[in-house]
Design a protein around this ligand. Structure first.
Ligand SMILES: C[S@@+](CC[C@H](N)C(=O)[O-])C[C@H]1O[C@@H](n2cnc3c(N)ncnc32)[C@H](O)[C@@H]1O
Length: 340
């Protein structure tokens, strides 16, 4: 039997390519036929990693004709979250940063080849916004079924507390395996595991309950097992290599200066290699201590180091960590979205 051609996918707000990475690692036969982002630095990173430079520009300027020409089966969208964050002004659709997404929703209604599947990711808070209402209204008009989730990487064994909103949408002709949860917002992915015997209530799990099944941070560190012995060895290596003290040497890397620890230690979210959570990283990581991300204790002598051990883009190390943790989560959705 002839293998069907891969899904044609458009990636909106592609950033550094978390969605694309997830799609690739999911094993789904799909091809990103175009990606769109306005940020040239993000596009540099994306190009470096995927060998394809996203279409650079404002998504708001796209037309239905522009998008029709791709004849894409699926759209992946992670629009700006600032209009919906709890810390922000919560202007929702009135925030200029929401305009491009609303434009996309409007375009969908005027296309000759609209997508058959949609995957939208955003912050918690999006689900109570008027933009969310518009999203669901457009999807309903175009006869899509939706399943919505608020999920955290913790629920996938990744020690990162970052609950996010996800919307899966499929045209009615492409059924979800668990239609009983259509039009529902769930806080657990259990229904995606094809276990249709569970009751609706048993789908609801507390994020905290799931920490127990989470993998420890050490499993995600570059040096896979930073224990007392190993970290001492790392520190000795520093000493031998540069002829200076471990703390002096490590300060060239990601070590938090002792002065900072003395002054702000109480405000830091401190985690250990064996911890099964760390908190959400923001762009203020390094610049501000409180609420911007966790710091990792890397040795018994209380040498602290910023948690930044994923090596792929070392210059953007904290961002990389964020990226890896969140995208470890996404493949599951993409698999479910495409395969089921
Ligand atoms: C939440 S981030 C997406 C992150 C992405 N999923 C990743 O893996 O890196 C939003 C992205 O949308 C881009 N963006 C925001 N407004 C845009 C617009 N009007 N047109 C194109 N890109 C836009 C930003 O540059 C940013 O990279």
């Amino acid at each position: 039997m002839e293998t069907p051609p891969p899904w044609r996918v458009l990636e909106f707000y592609s950033g550094i390519g978390g969605m694309r990475y997830s799609l690739a690692s999911s094993g789904v036969r799909a091809e990103v036929v175009e990606a769109f982002d306005i940020n040239d630095v993000a596009n540099d990173v994306y190009e470096h990693n995927f060998g394809h430079r996203p279409c650079q520009g404002n998504i708001q300027t796209l037309t239905a004709g522009d998008l029709d020409k791709y004849k894409a089966h699926a759209w992946l969208l992670s629009p700006p979250c600032q209009p919906y964050t709890r810390q922000g002004l919560q202007k929702h659709s009135a925030d200029a940063r929401a305009f491009s997404f609303i434009k996309i929703l409007n375009l969908m209604q005027n296309m000759s080849f609209p997508p058959q599947m949609l995957f939208v990711e955003n912050v918690v808070g999006f689900e109570v916004s008027d933009t969310h209402d518009q999203l669901l209204a457009v999807l309903s008009t175009l006869s899509f079924n939706t399943q919505e989730f608020i999920l955290s990487p913790l629920q996938f064994g990744v020690p990162y507390s970052r609950p996010r909103y996800f919307c899966l949408a499929k045209q009615e002709s492409m059924c979800f395996p668990n239609p009983s949860v259509n039009d529902k917002l769930l806080r657990t992915p259990t229904c995606l595991t094809l276990n249709t015997t569970r009751t609706q209530n048993s789908y609801d799990q507390n994020e905290d309950d799931l920490e127990v099944v989470c993998n420890p941070i050490r499993n995600f560190l570059e040096a896979q097992s930073i224990g007392d012995k190993e970290s001492s060895a790392i520190i000795s290596d520093f000493k031998e290599a540069d002829g200076c003290t471990p703390i002096e040497t490590a300060s060239h890397d990601y070590t938090v200066p002792l002065s900072l620890i003395e002054r702000w230690g109480n405000a830091m979210d401190i985690v250990y290699p064996e911890s099964k959570r760390c908190c959400c990283f923001t762009k203020s990581y390094y610049r501000y201590v409180k609420g911007t991300g966790s710091v990792l204790v890397t040795s018994k002598v209380r040498l602290f180091s910023f948690l930044s051990s994923v090596p792929v883009f070392s210059f953007f190390a904290p961002l990389t960590l964020w990226c890896h943790l969140i995208i470890f989560t996404i493949p599951y959705f993409v698999i479910m979205f495409f395969k089921l």
